[in-house]
Design a protein around this ligand. Structure first.
Ligand SMILES: Nc1ncnc2c1ncn2[C@@H]1O[C@H](COP(=O)(O)OP(=O)(O)OP(=O)(O)O)[C@@H](O)[C@H]1O
Ligand SMILES: NC(=O)c1ccc[n+]([C@@H]2O[C@H](COP(=O)(O)O)[C@@H](O)[C@H]2O)c1
Ligand SMILES: [Zn+2]
Length: 252
């Protein structure tokens, strides 16, 4: 029932419309915290949601993927996964976790057998090299965990947004790493949920003491007003946005 796997890949899902410095910092904050708890962070994944995820002012995934790639130049231990955006429609987060965990298991098995050729590009080279150097099966097992902000956790309570089965499977089979966000109270939220309390051992709450309330919504608003977004998003992402004229006007 409890995830005792120490090797972790952090997977963050979201719109990333556009990716902000806080999306990147979440990975760093989580990695520091989990290292202290004795886990090994083998890598990170950012998985942008499909275009059919109807969200206001959502830029086409082609641009969101390109912006994530630009943002990740500064964070090479995290990779962008375009699997979600390549599907025929929106994919539920449980299935996103499942796909990436299966893919990872396949890589681990194939490296062990040294036989089948599997695409390893989603994961940092260092991680793949470590797999090859490590011949113990036990040490090779890696758990994909969902990395999210506290607002995403709290969205579990929005009626009709998440299947109860999915919530249970996510906390039971994958686990959560939740970064606090001002205005949220993840501990209280866990306490008020029976299923989250049942699996609380699989939920790691990371308090972000250096709070930073940058959000994609605020960045889009600043861009549409022709205000500076310097130090809120990476310079490469900013150049990409300007080059493609993104977020110049917003829907009312
Ligand atoms: N400032 C922040 N603190 C903690 N978590 C954050 C922060 N900004 C984003 N996140 C997390 O990043 C993930 C992706 O979120 P998302 O793409 O919705 O970004 P956002 O900045 O909240 O965008 P939007 O304003 O468009 O909702 C979510 O898990 C969200 O909780
Ligand atoms: N039922 C589900 O699996 C479910 C519901 C709502 C949002 N989500 C995901 O959570 C993320 C939320 O992103 P936003 O905060 O940008 O809306 C997206 O990646 C979305 O696909 C999943
Ligand atoms: Zn959001």
């Amino acid at each position: 029932m409890f995830l005792d796997n120490k090797n972790i890949i952090l997977l963050s899902t979201g719109s990333f419309n556009p990716p902000t410095n806080m999306h990147l910092r979440m990975f760093e904050i989580a990695r520091d915290h989990l290292n202290r708890l004795g886990h090994t962070i083998c890598g990170g994944l950012m998985s942008p949601t499909h275009d059919s995820y109807k969200k206001k002012d959502l830029a086409p995934s082609l641009h969101r993927c390109a912006m994530i790639e630009q943002a990740l130049v500064a964070l090479p231990w995290v990779k962008m996964s375009d699997w979600e955006v390549k599907q025929n429609g929106w994919t539920r987060t449980r299935q996103v976790l499942q796909y990436h965990q299966n893919h990872l298991n396949m890589i681990i098995t194939s490296r062990l057998n040294g036989a089948i050729k599997v695409d390893t590009s989603l994961f940092p080279l260092q991680f793949i090299e470590n797999l090859d150097a490590n011949d113990s099966n036990q040490n090779r097992a890696v758990n994909v965990r969902l990395l999210c902000g506290a607002d995403l956790l709290e969205s579990f309570a929005v009626p009709g947004l998440w299947n109860d089965d999915d919530i249970e499977a996510i906390v039971r089979d994958y686990g959560l790493v939740v970064v606090s966000r001002s205005g949220s109270n993840p501990h209280k939220f866990i306490y008020e949920s029976n299923v989250l309390t049942k699996y609380m051992a699989n939920i790691i709450v990371v308090t972000e003491w250096i709070t930073n309330e940058v959000s994609s919504t605020k960045v889009r608003r600043a861009l549409s007003r022709n205000e500076s977004v310097k130090f809120l998003i990476s310079e490469l992402v900013e150049s990409y946005i300007k080059e493609h004229g993104l977020y110049e006007t917003l829907n009312k």
